[in-house]
Design a protein around this ligand. Sequence first.
Ligand code: COA
Length: 260
Amino acid sequence: MNYENILIEIENNIATVTVNRPTKLNALNKETIDDLHKAFKNLGKNKEVKVIVLTGSGEKAFVAGADIAEFSNFSIEKGTELAAEGQEKLFDFIENLKTPVIAAVNGFALGGGLELAMACHFRVASDNAKMGLPEVSLGLIPGYGGTQRLPQLVGKGRAMEMIMTAGMISADEAYRAGLVNHVVPQAELLDFCYGIAQRIMKNSPAAIGKAIKAVNANFKEGKNGYETEIKAFGKCFGTNDFKEGTAAFLEKRKPSFTGK
Ligand code: COA
């Protein structure tokens, strides 16, 4: 499948998705959101793909936000629709994907760009990365889940300050706040993420998908995370991966998981 605004490479069971609008610092316009939606939908179904790494093209930006030029003349209705559609198609979609998604934050991750990184299951940043939610400087608020996911990751007080000041934080500050799990030199960013992906891929894809669902349930209104965990835990006992994982342990050999 060909995409206009993103690149996809699959190697060693790892898919790298690169947002590719470098002249606009990879800002998310409608086409890019559509491309990303289709790509994640397809990659999520591709059994060959065990981990997805999401990054931005060039050395300057991961994603510098939603495309400001695109929505500058929107009405209340169109603005509401923009946020609703984007959240459903991309941000919530990534968060709920059963395949692990790592954000490789290679530069500016601002507004929708930071929201995109936060929708991924976890984040690794290059040392030049800068992160922030500058929406209030434009007379807006974050609309792709930023008011919800930032407090989940860094706590309410830090999130309030970042949102109200519209300021940027460095990769090291983001690490200290728990927004990113690791900070590495830019040239090593993708390899570092692939190293984590290799460790993930040793484990059961069926179990990982269920673990993602159970962790996410804690943050969903009307869901009881403990109950979700109990059900997902129980379902593991019906999988081939569980039979293989326990048999391999008892037989003192490495497991060979199929994800079923
Ligand atoms: N939407 C649309 N275009 C964007 C963009 C965005 N969010 N972010 C950057 N661009 C475009 C710029 O308009 C510029 O295009 P041009 O060359 O056609 O004029 C190009 O990308 C390069 O950006 P520029 O601002 O010249 O780079 P810089 O190094 O001076 O500044 C930033 C980098 C990230 C600080 C600056 O681009 C910025 O503040 N971007 C907007 C961030 C933002 O508010 N995002 C939240 C949106 S809700």
